[in-house]
Write a protein that binds this ligand. Structure first.
Ligand code: 3EB
Length: 328
């Protein structure tokens, strides 16, 4: 199994007919394709990748469990769920909490039905993530709903929690995709960062339930999924207002996660050049300078996908996630 980035020009239905387990497509990726979560955030480069695709090792079976559409095969499930908050009535301080909680309960119930209980990676996209409503930022209410669902299904709130990302969109629905596995994965934390599940209360009553990376043991080789990573050291945001310094700090965080993954596996970890990166930018005008920095200072060129999206703290301008391994 492996992740693969594809450009707009790829013939998606043909790709899907092969061994596509699932994927995340950014507007406008040319879908709809079975298994694909189409996210209401635009990919920024006309000739660059628009799709983060997960290629399986065998045929995939497709199904539905409640609100969740899923494709499964070979001990893995990729699924997606989207929910309109309006389904939960008039807007109140708890409506987003409830919508998020229901989305996650649907995921957990789907995993129980499929006998694939280890939730390894979640992609979270949320309309107007930084908007303060009823005196609290929407991201924090999202965190409350997410953590409540983990708690109510008796799941761990620390340790073996999924790698994740959480971004803001201009869309109208909460859009979530996930990857789960039959066998346990290796959760990885970052020695430079406070674990998100232990962030102090100043970041919200219920902390974000995610790990810094997840390592999957696959037949074709280990697959590493690095969570959305920003310029946070300890629990504080650094370099406010400076997108280039934030990009360098985020890359230093990813390098630290790679180092930690290597330590846990007892051998040299993957290098940055073995990864593909999705770079979320709050402002599309930052695309050229950030791309240049990643090229000049980190030697990256291929395997970069840029997406315009809001980051989950209003002072953060960039968030970077990465995928690697899995063989061909
Ligand atoms: C952070 O490190 C930055 O809420 O699922 C990164 C990855 C971030 C995942 C999430 C949030 C999430 O806190 C934001």
């Amino acid at each position: 199994m492996r992740f693969e980035f594809l450009p707009r020009s790829a013939h998606l239905p043909a790709v899907a007919a092969e061994v596509l387990l699932g994927g995340i497509g950014f507007a406008s990726c040319g879908g709809p394709v079975p298994g694909l979560l189409e996210v209401s955030a635009p990919a920024l480069e006309e000739d660059g990748p628009v799709l983060c695709m997960l290629r399986g090792e065998g045929g995939a079976r497709q199904g539905r469990s409640g609100r969740v559409c899923h494709r499964s095969g070979d001990g893995f499930v990729f699924g997606r769920v989207d929910i309109a908050e309006e389904e939960f009535g008039a807007d109140t301080p708890t409506r987003l909490v409830e919508a998020t909680r229901q989305a996650y309960l649907a995921i957990f119930d789907c995993l129980r039905d499929l006998g694939c209980s280890h939730l390894a990676r979640v992609w979270n996209y949320l309309p107007r993530i930084n908007l303060v409503e009823f005196g609290e930022e929407r991201y924090r209410r999202f965190n409350a709903g997410r953590q409540l669902a983990f708690e109510q299904r008796g799941r761990a709130l620390e340790g073996a929690v999924p790698a994740a990302c959480a971004l803001g969109t201009d869309g109208t629905r909460i859009e979530i995709a996930f990857l789960a596995c039959r066998d346990a994965f290796v959760p990885i934390e970052n020695p430079r960062q406070t674990s998100a599940y232990r962030y102090p209360i100043e970041y919200g009553e219920r902390s974000p339930t995610f790990s810094r990376a997840a390592l999957l043991r696959c037949r074709s080789g280990d697959v590493l999924m690095v969570s959305g990573t920003a310029a946070i050291v300890g629990h504080r945001s650094l370099h406010v207002g400076d997108v280039l310094a934030q990009t360098r700090e985020a890359m230093a965080n990813i390098a630290a996660v790679l180092g930690r993954a290597g330590e846990l596996m007892g051998r040299p970890g993957m290098g940055l050049s073995a990864l593909e990166f999705t770079v979320y930018l709050r402002h599309r005008t930052d695309l050229a300078p950030v791309r240049r920095l990643l090229q000049d200072e980190f030697g990256l060129g291929q395997g970069l996908m840029f997406v315009e999206a809001d980051i989950c703290r209003s002072e953060l301008l960039v968030e970077i996630e990465a995928y690697g391994g899995g063989g061909r």
